[in-house]
Design a protein around this ligand. Sequence first.
Ligand code: KIV
Ligand code: ZN
Length: 396
Amino acid sequence: MADDTITIFDTTLRDGEQSPGCSMDTDEKVEIAGALVELGVDVIEAGFPIASPGDFEAVQRVARTYGERAVICGLARCRTEDIDRAWEALQDAKNVRIHIFLATSAVHREYKLKMAKEEIVRRAVDMVKYTCDRMASRSDITRPNVEFSPEDAARTELDFLCEVVEKAIAAGATTVNIPDTVGYATPNHYFKVIKTLKEQVPNIHQAVISTHCHNDLGLAVANSLSAIEAGARQVECTINGLGERAGNAALEEVVMALRTRQDYYGVRTNINTPRLYPTSRLVSSVTGMAVQRNKAIVGQNAFAHEAGIHQHGMLQNRTTYEIMRPQDVGFVGTNLVLGKHSGRHALRDRVQSLGYQLDEETLQKVFDDFIALADKKKEIYDADISALVENRSHET
Ligand code: KIV
Ligand code: ZN
């Protein structure tokens, strides 16, 4: 990948599925994987094969069905049995990656792993090498695609993080992912973490730096963008921001921020952006997780304008109040919502698009009726407008 291209690593089927209430069966996962391929994601993390027979089956089917069109990835802890299981599920994919992780922060070392720093480094190195060896058993794989994640990296001492990352790369990791596992980072803090790795890890240029941000403080997208500014070239994200607790960075928001502010970031992605909205709808209907109405990019209100002044501006030139075109994210339908904040310009426009020609006097009467109705009703539909127009037209 060129240095100005950001790899989009989608983990809807793995971290996204870890959202409470979001589990998916194999058919559903294969259907979503198909949509992700159409969307143009580069890497699909299809699951955690050792977690359950169902997860194994889903990863295997996604690998067999879509392994020619995207890189299919499976997650494993730094244990040989996990890595073997992941490889078994993935081995039929033409393009394949194994993602292994091991926590590095003091709190995880002490309470979860009960391992000293030296043991962590040794285990990480051994397991990266083990994964490379397993994958290299396939004759067409010359450089195994292995990702290593120091879990809870954002809360890990920076000097220790640099050491682990350097040794994982020396052992063969081709991507080093820097998870903000508990969504603790802030944009400046995360920028500093990535920049320090870039500047202080001597072999860092041999691997891609990746971001994996959770949204506990609502900063996952901002942190991911900050990491890109510091030199990260892969973003891990999910459709609709699904994921553990408050979720992961939302794919659609990261992608549209990079596209809309190409002038600032100077990077691109391979995402076919008009597929964003349909993919969001699919994931929402499969998981049963509704998308909040005012969610950026894919929420029902994302391109809706109700205020009269805004609607007037929009009718003159859309860029007055829109920084993205709805069709660029696959959003179709009307977006001037008629409500009590709307003005005469928007009403005239809607009346005309419904096929009516009214003189100014009748339009004013219809507008008065409309305002009275809007005080009682949250949204005014086209059928309401037609009824108001018909009513006044019969007077003349
Ligand atoms: O949040 C996290 O740390 C993870 C790892 C498995 C990458 O999901
Ligand atoms: Zn995660």
